[in-house]
Structure formats: C-alpha cells, structure tokens
Ligand binder design. Sequence first.
Ligand code: SF4
Length: 481
Amino acid sequence: MQAALTPHAVSLAGMNRNVLRKMDQRGPRYTSYPTADRFSERFAVKDYLHAVSDRRGMGAWRALSLYLHIPFCDTICYYCACNKIVTKNRAKAALYLSYLKREIAMQAALFSGMNHVEQLHFGGGTPTYLSDSQMGDLMAHIRAHFTLAPDEAGEYSIEIDPRTVSVERVYSLRAQGFNRLSLGVQDFDEDVQRAVNRVQPEEQTLDIIAAGRTAGFRSISIDLIYGLPKQNVMSMARTLGKVIDAGPDRIAVYNYAHMPHLFKSQRQIKDEDLPGAEAKLDMLSLCIRQLTAAGYVYIGMDHFAKPTDDLAVAQRQGRLHRNFQGYSTHSETDLVACGVSAISAVGGSYSQNEKTLDEYYARLESATLPIARGIQLSMDDVLRRLIIQRLMCNFELSLTSLEIAYPIVFREYFADEMERLRLLEQDGLISIEDEWITVESKGRMLIRNICMVFDRYLNQDLTQARLAGMEATPQRYSQTV
Ligand code: SF4
C-alpha cells in the first residue's frame, strides 16, 4: 500500500544532479514487457487464436478491455510520435470505419460467451475526427457485439482534441456512453503552441473542460508535455497554474522525446528552440512541486491524480496496473485492440495489427484478422513483466511472494540484476532488504531506469553493443529524463 507523496518528498532539489545525468539514458516506457520492438512476424493469427482458446479453456471469467484506434488527424503537431494519418479527406474515415466494424465483428465472434467489457478506450490519432453520427454508429456496433458493463461499473474513455469538438459534441459523447475524457493540451503558452503547430486557444480548452463536468463525465484528464520548443520554467509555471485552476482529476506530464531521425514532422522543430537538459530537469522538478503542492498525488513516472480519483485509490489499495494506455485500474482484463497498428494483450501473448491502411484493409478483405506480428510470452517474460508492473505501479517488490508464485530463488535467478540494483541503491534510488526491494521517493521519477535492470532483451542488446564497441543505447527509445 502506498502513501501519498508530500511535495518535498518528490522534489528534485534534493537529488544529486550527477545521478540524474547518469540516469539520463534512452529506455522503454514499459507499456508492455517485452516491449513492442521485440514482437516478431513469426507470431501469426493461429497463435492469437490459441491464446483466445486457452482463455476459454481455463474457464476463467475475466472482463475484457477494448481499445479502438482512430488514426486520422486534421493537422500535424510537429512533436507527434503517434501512429496517425493527417488528412482533410473525410471520406477516408468512412472507409476506415467500414473495415474497423468488420474487425470488431470478427473479434466479437472469437470472444462469444466471454465478451463482457469493463473498459473501453478510444485513442488515436484523433478519435473525434469521426463525426458525431459516425461515432454513434460505431458505439451502437460495439454494443451489438460486446456486452458493456453499466455506466457506473465500466470505464469508457476517449481522447479528445479540444480544437475538434464543440460543447454540444461533449454532451453527445456522454450520451453515447463515454464517462471519461482525456484532453490533449500540451502547453497553454502561445509561443510554444505556434512552435509545435498546435494553436489551441485557452478558452476553447477551458470551455470543453467545463462542458465535460456539466455533462456528467466522471473523470477529466489533461495531457501536458515538457521539453517542447520555446518552453521554459516561467512559461511552464504559468501553464501549470492554469491547469491547476481548471482542476482536472488526472494530469499526465510527458517528456518530449525529440527523435527527428524517426519522426519526420519533428524535423520542423528548430534545435535552438529546444530547452537544454538542465532546463528540462528544472521543468520536471517544477511540475512535481507545483502539482503535489496543489494536492495532486504523484502516481509515478508522468502521472498525477487527485487523491479521490480512481487511479490514486487503486494505487493506495495496491491494484494499479499499467497497459498501453498508461496507468489503469483494471488489472484482470485481457485487452482486445481493433484498428490499424493496434496492440492486443490476450493471456500470455501480445499481437499487433498491420501498420498501414492498405495492409490492414487487404487482410480484412481476405476475412482474416489483420495481425502482423506479436509474441508469445515465456515463463521468464511473464515473471519479468510482473516485476516491472509491480515496480511501476506499487514501487515495491515482495521477493517472497515471487518465490511462492514462481519456481525460483530470487537472488540466484536474478544474480546479475541484483548487482546492478546495488548500484542504484548506492545512488539512493532504491533500498534492498531481505524480503523487499523498495523504490525510494527519488527513484519514482527514474522508475524506467530501475525497470530497465529487469529487461532481459535490452540487456542482451547492450552487452552485444558493448562487445562490438558500438553505441550502447538503442536509438529507438526516448530519453528517460
Ligand atoms: S498530437 Fe494528436 S492531434 Fe497532433 S498529430 Fe499527433 S495524434 Fe494528431
């Protein structure tokens, strides 16, 4: 069980900057383990069918989590690293919907008799790129194929771009069954907005938040980013002040990952406009201080929530979970994801759909699920996934409970990892006792670095790279600080 952190407990001011610099490496965000870059094309539809039939064979009744990916956006935000398609041609969305509905029907047939849904999330792209009537049609299709838990028991969320919705649309989304809103804001500062090609007037965002409240949404969350061009500590403080005044239930503050070698639109961002590493640390420090001082609980990594929000309650009760949408309160669910590039997690498997529209459509035309790659987890993968989950969500690990659940002696099985953990202990990020590994308050921000110790694939890569005298840090990952 976790106690809420006080403002001072998570202040970066007390942290040795040398430690922070040492920890500022590239690394995964662990929305899954193994991470998606480890998926293989050897994993095929038949493997997914096995995972579903294992679930049926176990006779276990577990609720489902559904994810729907809507890849379209009106305009490009330069910082974006999402899988999206920027177009003003709305006919593309109509065609996409026809295929998405086919995939939903195929998945529903597979899960027939065990299709109870407790969590539904629309992500993108921009889900509100769909018109009101298209969204109503899609939700009716989902309800016709899956059994959705009643409003009070289910968590039905949608990411919205305040530039694409009106107050009336917010009411309509609530009537269509959504009860959680997630708003992309990033920064209220106009210079920053111009520099990233996302001009979003403050009043527009505040109006949508107010509409969300009066329409009866249970939870409203706001996404911010630190490390954007033209940002500095002063502008960040002003944005945070405005966000606190708006009072969302959850706030996510993401670290901008500048990787122009991977994401073309990021090449529009001028290097000289980007804040340096020290300024980014100051901004992160400020976010933690200002938000916790305003009463938000620091959940971990990049998430904050009001103490009364489900996320904070779930963390206090030790039942917080982490999946592709970030932190979640629904741990005992399999995730069925539909749409181009979407990733499902069923039983001990992950599977990802085709990444381009043409391939996605072609697979559905031939009446097969559009799965392109995936992975079947070994016992070692499942064990490490559990450890990473516990560390990211509970910030502590009971070695005894792992030894009871798995045929291992922890300190022998993870002998190499224990050596690396001792170094983190010397830096004050964790403490190691006979039966427990506990993440210290300073380590919470660097939880990715701590989890990286248990990533067998990453450590194999690093060892090979070092032996070959090459750059040791994989370029496809973002900086951890
Ligand atoms: S940040 Fe969101 S709205 Fe902007 S391009 Fe990316 S997916 Fe689209």
